[in-house]
Design a protein around this ligand. Sequence first.
Ligand code: C2E
Ligand code: MG
Ligand code: MG
Length: 511
Amino acid sequence: MLPLKTESGPSGCLTIYSNRTDHFDHKECQLLERLAANLVFGLDSLRTHSVREQQAAEIHYLAYTDALTGLPNRRHLIHYLDDILSTPETRATEYAILFIDLDGFKPINDALGHEVGDEVLRQLAQRLQASVRDSDLVVRQGGDEFLVVISGAVRNGPQQDFVKIVDIAHRLANRIIAHLGEPLTVGGYTHHLNASVGITLIPEHGRDPTLLIENADKAMYEAKRQGGGQSYLFSKDIADSHQQRFSLETRLRQAMEQQQFELYYQPIFELSSCRIVAAEALIRWPQDDGEVLSPGTFMPLVEKIGLINPIGDWVLETAARQLRAWHNQGLELSMAVNLSINQLYPNGDAEHFAGLVKPYVDPSWIHLEVTENALMEDPAKTEALLKALNDQGFQLAIDDFGTGYSSLSRLQHLSLQSLKIDRSFVNELDRPDSKGEALVAIIHQMASSLNLHTIAEGIETEHQRQLLLDMSTGKAWGQGYWFSPPIPAHEFERLAKARARLSSRDEMVPF
Ligand code: C2E
Ligand code: MG
Ligand code: MG
């Protein structure tokens, strides 16, 4: 009997039987012992090999599978795409990538916790898998992003293939959107999720897996930008606009950090005397090549990427500091500062705004301008916030009045002091057969019944100023290119000082 001692301990014995006693001599016994040892060696290596194979399979599984959903992961996808792209036949389009992003997943995760979020993702992964053919690859890239790679199968020449795969991809995308959008009950709540899908074609939209995924992501972003719940096919135009947006975004963040923004000031004057009574602070972004960008070109993105609060704070503080300097020089002016809707909601804080201003001037010197639509956002909150701003001493104005959707019944409940007549009405004043005069007259009447004083925007001619003055019922102010465009602080200062030296009305001509 020969024990078999493998690495994992005794695992059996090799028994050789003879019907005669002492049948095996010493040498034969040695031979049999060696045989047993060889057997042990063979067994050990066999076992080690299969353990290694198993471990390798596990490592492969872990490396190429998403732990949460059990779907293949991004690494798997890259390999898969590499294979497709390295196949010589992948010349005519026959594959497409669908980049799927959920609209509305983050609030679930934030509000109900990660466990619920994880379960939602697991269930959606199953739905996604059920929406496609077995031959299609479904991948979870991370977060709430999934990708599907489909093949167009039939090849009838490049043009037909293209049409066919685009068609298949859009139809599948719509099916996926519909399927993912069905109500989903997890964590005691029923959720309604929407999905947006971006599509890229292989190899039309790239011969590199990372680029193809990126392009599908850009197309998805475009689908989202257009309201979500739809699919969008990648095109070069999206790539360009995405690139521009991305570089503008990076430059905006830098501009904020490096304080590249500047405030220009447009004089606000009394229509009757043409005396400068206030300045409106308007943000500008000077460029290296000398061009000065107006807010219309960059403020929408500032709002979108969440930079409006730091930039808005900077504007308010800088305008207040400038006003202090002018007060010190004897220029007793007020300062108008624009507040965007995103500075008011959801976290607008009157004390915070007052804190930015108070080190320099009393808030009563500051007129905060808010557009009509911002005032209509959330009636109860608006009322409370405006009241709090008033309590801090700020003056409040409705900007661009007449272009939004305010209702008179709401306006009378708000703490406001002035109303800025939008320049589109002022513009109309000169035009023959226009209703401009009638409209401005109505706005004036309304303002006086609400006890608000008016500031006309965009006065470009003496005739407009005169008409506005004739129509006004009380204190009337205005601003516009007729008097002066927005100008840098030092120019404003020069103008205001020159104006202050003039006293007779006859001398009041625009610069
Ligand atoms: P707004 O507050 O209604 O500012 C008046 C705009 O009309 C300014 O454009 C000004 O340059 C322009 N303007 C003034 N007089 C005339 C005129 O006679 N004719 C014409 N055609 N235009 C005139 P700007 O500076 O490009 O600002 C555009 C808008 O951007 C502002 O409209 C305001 O809503 C926003 N904005 C500007 N600065 C800031 C800021 O610091 N923060 C926020 N949140 N918004 C700002
Ligand atoms: Mg304004
Ligand atoms: Mg305005």
